[in-house]
Design a protein. Sequence first.
Length: 577
Amino acid sequence: MKKIIKHLSWFIQAEWKQYTIMFILLVGISIIALAPAKVLGEAIDVIVSSRLTKDRLYFLAGLLLLIPVTRYGMSFVYNYMVTKEAQKLAYQLRQKYLKHLFNMDSKFYEMYEKGDLISRVTSDLDAITQAATSLLEGIIFNVGLILFAILVMGTTISWKLTLISITIMPIGITILNIVRSKKRKYIKIHREIYADMTEKVLESVEGQKTIRAYVQEENDLKRQNEAIHKDIESWRYIVKYENWFTPMFEVIYGIAYILAFSFGTFYIIQQEITLGGLITFVAYIGQLYGPITSISGIFTQINNAHISIDRFEEIMKQSPEVHDESDSLNIIEFNEIQFKNVTFKYPFDKHPVIKNIDINIKKGQTIGIVGPTGAGKSTLIRQLLREFNVSGGSILIDGKSIEAYKIEDIRNLVGYVPQSHILFRRSVDENILIGKPNATSQMLDKAVKLADFEKDLMFLHDGLHTMVGESGVSLSGGQKQRLSIARALIKDPEILILDDSLSAVDAKTEDNIINHLKEFRKGKTNIIVAHRFSAIHDADVILVLESGQITQRGTHHELIRQEGWYKTQFIEQMTMR
Ligand SMILES: Nc1ncnc2c1ncn2[C@@H]1O[C@H](COP(=O)(O)OP(=O)(O)OP(=O)(O)O)[C@@H](O)[C@H]1O
């Protein structure tokens, strides 16, 4: 409980006024909840002792009517407030979490799976919010009700009878708590299994086209079923404990009733209490059942929330390896980028993917990068996006380490078109404007023209306003590529990186785009990774990357005169034409 309060103290402090009102309401509701039984007991005593008058009857009936109406009013206000606060808390926690995710680097995303990250922001966060709201209600209302009931039972009916009847209850509560603490271990396991199941569902939904194309529905369903089965199994353990022990509590509660009735009857005969008193007393015993089991249930929620807080905090405590320092420098343009003996290894790999890379890129140059598949071309150019820190050597921009500059500024220098295109469920123009949200319509038109996307618009039923389905389902591969290129070009970036981004366009379109780049990106830098040499033919420098190392460098004309991978590939591509 302390953990939840500590974790959410920032929220409670900010919302203290609302929490105070809710606290007062709950105390009021718990007192009112006990009133009907008391009034009923009084009424019975009045009837039994033949003291019932018309006025008294009206008074008692009026009281019995007023009590639920008041309770309804107070509960209404309380429920409204508590729901609002719960939503506010969930919203703020989600915002914090998502903001944190945006700050994380690629290493973090290699460590955690999507499904796991989603389940932490959905089910874990729900468990925290639920506990935070039920904590107040559960503790204040239920504890309040139990204490008031015991006080009324003791002071207005009989302390002796109260002590006899309720002494058995701590045994019941202890049993319930043992069950709940045992469950905690299994709930943690269940959360992990649930995250795994979410990941599998995500993978199937995302890969449904491939699954269908390879007629793998049955195998995929089998995989899903296994995950679902594991999920159910893990629940079974949790429910098992509940089923074994909860009925025991009911038996113990039954004993409390028997004690109340038998001793109560005895005290009536002894004229220590009245019949109305016993009826009120038994009604209170009944009323205690709900709060006692609820309190125990709240401990379950607190248990769940503890696990969820740990899972939530685990993410919030992660700090990105790639981060800004207080003295990070601003940069809006550059003259020279140097790779000096750069080596890079992915965080969880043993061997480096690129090794001893030395490159000089001057502002305004076009650099071509070619090489066999898997040679490390994408890995090399992505070093300019500052996704990871290099493992060895250094990347210098105008003589200073790339790590000395603000990450955002470095990314703003670059317009990156990745191999796989990420399109959002928005219109075509909105997808392009992600590159520069405040771009004018002229800038948009120009980017569309440069990316040679103009001719596609007439095939889209709503032109630039056509909605792009999830992952760009309504566009062809080439259209997706051109849209992504337009998104990068609208930024008019200092460095344009095309990572095999012309692979799905025909030779004529490729030619158009390359010519547009030559014409309109004078003074700006282009880095083009390509498998087709036509795309990098006119580059100022072409780098050949083989097994993570630069094996050749020069212009096209220089390279075709050297023996090596470039010449061999060039001849092969020429003969295939
Ligand atoms: N995130 C990653 N984690 C671990 N290894 C990776 C990761 N991304 C790529 N690799 C590995 O790094 C190597 C180089 O991959 P990279 O994508 O840089 O090559 P490439 O030359 O661009 O290939 P292609 O021409 O096929 O696009 C490959 O062996 C690949 O498996």
